[in-house]
Ligand binder design. Structure first.
Ligand code: ZN
Ligand code: ZN
Length: 170
């Protein structure tokens, strides 16, 4: 497998100000996400502008993908175009906790890009903001197929109150 996100560090850091651009579309399988939020993403576009600076590399750019996720409440498929900006720094001597470590002759940017894509995914995708979800009792889709459980439960609650009232009345 080729490694389109692996760059030659020696070449780039020989002189500060050296630039390198990467523009690729990678099959989602390359990322091995193992995240059930992504159901049907085919490719992820990655655009990176790399600049060598004193003691490190600055990597800026963007990842973009069209994906299908499952609504957290009703499990309907939800399509989304997700774009996430990249603005990272790699340093041979990291001077802040956000900096990635720059070591060796070859640098694989894949882990950083992978993390960026994951961070860009919504934690709880919804098919619509007020999706009523599935009935916790019978599993019916309350958006298209409302069931009677909720009404029953309200009745039960009232009957409990009636019982309490009866006991208090004694
Ligand atoms: Zn939903
Ligand atoms: Zn129900």
């Amino acid at each position: 497998m080729s490694a389109p996100l692996t760059i030659n560090v020696l070449e780039l850091t020989r002189r500060a100000g050296t630039l390198k651009d990467i523009e690729v579309s990678l099959p989602v399988a390359d990322f091995a996400f193992g995240d059930d939020r992504i159901v049907a993403t085919r490719e992820i576009d990655v655009e990176l502008h790399i600049e060598s600076v004193q003691g490190g590399l600055v990597v800026q750019g963007e990842t973009a993908c069209s994906t299908t996720m499952l609504c957290r409440r009703c499990l309907r498929e939800v399509s989304a175009d997700i774009q996430v900006a990249i603005d990272e720094i790699y340093r041979s001597v990291p001077d802040n906790p956000d900096a990635y470590v720059l070591e060796g002759e070859q640098l694989d940017l894949m882990p950083m890009v992978r993390e960026t894509v994951l961070l860009g995914l919504p934690d709880a995708p919804l098919c619509k903001p007020d999706c009523p979800g599935l009935c916790p009792q019978c599993g019916a889709d309350m958006q298209s197929d409302p069931c009677q459980c909720q009404a029953q439960r309200t009745d039960e609650r009232w009957s409990v109150l009636d019982q309490l009232r009866g006991q208090l009345g004694d």
